[in-house]
Design a binder for this molecule. Structure first.
Ligand code: 1PR
Length: 580
């Protein structure tokens, strides 16, 4: 019987030589006799290449970051093309992506599930990442219950947001190591990066497997270890130096990379994000720019686009300086077609080879028909961004139109860019960027939008304001407020909100606390406060007075007024949990 073939790994297809992928020999594969059922019939070959790691990428999503991290550590990659490649592996990395049910469908239909069970039964070196941990369990409630590989007793369940817990769990949490393992040596108390809505539950039946737990609305399994079988719920490839050290512990167990001990921590850390607004200047070079209230041109007679540096250089620097995430916003994406903007994709590719914390990219994610009549869906645009190295994409203008339509009709069509991308890549991969402008009113009854009583009165003594959403980089105002938009996009599948404020952008006077509080109290997805940071105190203020999960800044970092480390140290002194 003809076996279903494995989907091509996306990262390999898209990146070509960007990583040192070692292709399997097609001739050797075709001669294999392979039967899906009955792992005993699987033939095994010995692999001699100790500097190569086998990667199981079943094509359901983007594992480019894992490839980049392995490559950065000096290892080549051999992609699994058949179940036999699993059994022949010296070391197997399994970065599960996508939904539990569809992953199991692919693994079952290609015979990979049997091969994985057999590989694990033989106690061969195995590292599962994120869904690659969850799939080892008996079952998951994600679109289910759905049966898993059944290696570890227990179930995978969604975090419960009914009591206000923010879901997905996105960000940096410290590990509490419960079992000494080579993999996690030196990582005790360190923050690592998580992004997931489902988690494996600790129980008496699986206690022996657990090597660390984490606390988020209760205890969940953050890693397992038994013999040579290891798996982690977090993303070592996106966990900075700590994550790279963990990966290295797996890839070359005798060369444990020491991570200096840090203090214990137990809460989800607040994130500090560096943002790079990117666009072409008048000479056609892609530069990092920065506006005042979204005006990025010099106030001199030249009126040139401000040039604050090269995107990849700055992104790498911010990673080294301790940024918890880096965001690229292609700020003219609304008028240029982003897939025609190859320099932007190149920026992403290069940055993702050097930056081992999450990368978000936004700008121009929408359906588009080019001059030749060729139609590109927003999903294609987003997929290209993901393939080029983005971990999350951010949608601005198109999300406003989708929210307006949803609020008018009450119907989720499933066709908006937000819904489609969220369905395919998961809501944790979709950020909605909101660009609101403050509009003062005398009374909440003056407008059909949610208002706040403002901390500082308006120019005519107004005591209230609503925050009007805009599109096209603040150029066009829309009949929807930031509060209404945030609630609508949460319904439509956004996993996170990037909350800008045009009035505060580039002013250095602090975040708009009234706005951030209103929105972060209204939704159960993470809110990133943005616009206005001018001093370290502005970061502690926004975390103390609102429910923001992260704070984003641009100008103060670009102009080197305040280093990221100074922000982190100030937050530690203020008692705010951060990754240092
Ligand atoms: O509408 O889907 O094409 O997305 C366009 C994206 O580009 C949106 O995320 C929108 O916020 C962004 N954008 C468009 N025009 C501008 C502009 O500045 N002219 N930048 C722009 C938005 C705001 C923040 C900024 C913070 C922090 N920039 O990203 O970095 O305000 O700045 P600060 O710390 O210096 O105060 P689409």
């Amino acid at each position: 019987m003809q076996q279903p073939s494995l989907p091509q790994p996306q990262g390999a297809m898209a990146t070509g030589a960007a990583v040192h992928a070692v292709p399997c020999s097609a001739g050797r594969r075709s001669k294999r006799s392979f039967q899906r059922r009955g792992s005993a019939s699987l033939s095994v070959r010995a692999s001699l290449d100790t500097n190569t790691v086998t990667l199981l990428d079943y094509g359901a999503g983007n594992v480019r970051s894992v490839r980049n991290a392995i490559s950065h550590l000096g290892f080549g990659i051999r992609d699994v093309r058949s179940p036999e490649d699993i059994l022949a592996a010296d070391r197997l990395v399994f970065p599960g992506v996508g939904a539990f049910g569809s992953a199991m469908d692919v693994l079952n239909s290609t015979g990979m599930a049997d091969a994985l069970r057999e590989y694990i039964r033989r106690d061969r070196p195995f590292l599962g990442i994120c869904l690659g941990l969850q799939l080892l369990f008996d079952s998951s409630e994600e679109n289910g219950p759905v049966s898993g590989l059944g290696v570890i007793p227990g179930v995978v369940r969604r975090f419960d947001s009914s009591k206000g817990l923010i879901v997905p769990h996105i960000g940096w949490n410290a590990l509490e190591i419960t079992k000494g393992t080579q993999l996690l040596q030196g990582a005790d108390g360190h923050h690592v990066y998580f992004v997931h809505s489902y988690h494996a539950l600790p129980s008496d039946a699986n206690r022996d497997w657990i090597s660390s737990t984490c606390n988020y609305g209760g205890s969940f399994i953050s890693s397992i270890s038994m013999g040579n079988i290891q798996a982690v719920q977090f993303h070592p490839e996106k966990s900075g130096a700590t994550g790279l050290a963990i990966l290295k512990n797996f890839l070359s167990p005798n060369s444990w990379a020491k991570v200096p001990a840090r203090r214990k921590a137990s809460k989800l850390a607040k994130r500090v994000i560096a943002c790079l607004d990117v666009r072409s200047n008048d000479k056609g070079d892609l530069v990092v720019t920065k506006g005042d209230q979204y005006d990025v041109r010099d106030h001199t007679s030249s009126k040139e686009v401000r040039n604050l540096g090269k995107p990849v250089d700055l992104a790498s620097q911010y990673y080294i300086d301790g940024a918890d995430e880096v965001s690229f916003l292609n700020i003219t994406g609304f008028r240029d077609f982003p897939l025609g903007d190859l320099p932007m994709l190149e920026v992403l590719r290069c940055a993702s080879e050097m930056v081992f914390v999450p990368l978000t990219v936004g700008g121009g994610i929408r359906d588009f028909t080019d001059a030749n009549g060729r139609y590109y869906s927003s999903l294609e645009v987003a997929s290209e961004y993901f393939r080029s190295g983005a971990d999350k994409i951010s949608i601005g203008s198109d999300a406003v139109y989708a929210a307006e339509a949803f609020l008018q009709t009450g119907v989720k069509t499933g066709k908006s860019s937000l819904e489609q991308i969220s369905r395919v890549y998961g809501n944790q991969a979709v950020v909605v960027s909101i660009d609101p402008r403050r509009v003062y009113v005398n009374s909440p009854e003056d407008v059909p939008f949610k208002t706040v009583k403002v901390s500082s009165k308006g120019p005519s003594g107004e005591e209230y304001a609503w925050y009007q959403c805009t599109v096209n980089g603040g150029r066009d105002s829309r009949p929807i407020g930031a509060y209404e938009l945030a609630k609508a996009v949460e319904e439509l599948g956004a996993g996170e909100i990037l909350l800008n404020c045009i009035d505060c952008d580039g002013q250095g006077c602090g975040f708009d606390i009234d706005l951030v509080k209103m929105v972060s109290d209204a939704v159960t997805i993470p809110v990133i406060a943005s616009s206005g940071a001018g001093a370290v105190e502005h970061f502690s203020e926004v975390f103390e007075k609102t429910n923001a999960s992260a704070a984003l800044a641009a100008g103060i970092f670009h102009r080197k007024e305040v280093p990221i480390l100074a922000v982190k140290e100030h937050l530690v002194d203020a008692g705010v949990e951060v990754r240092v």
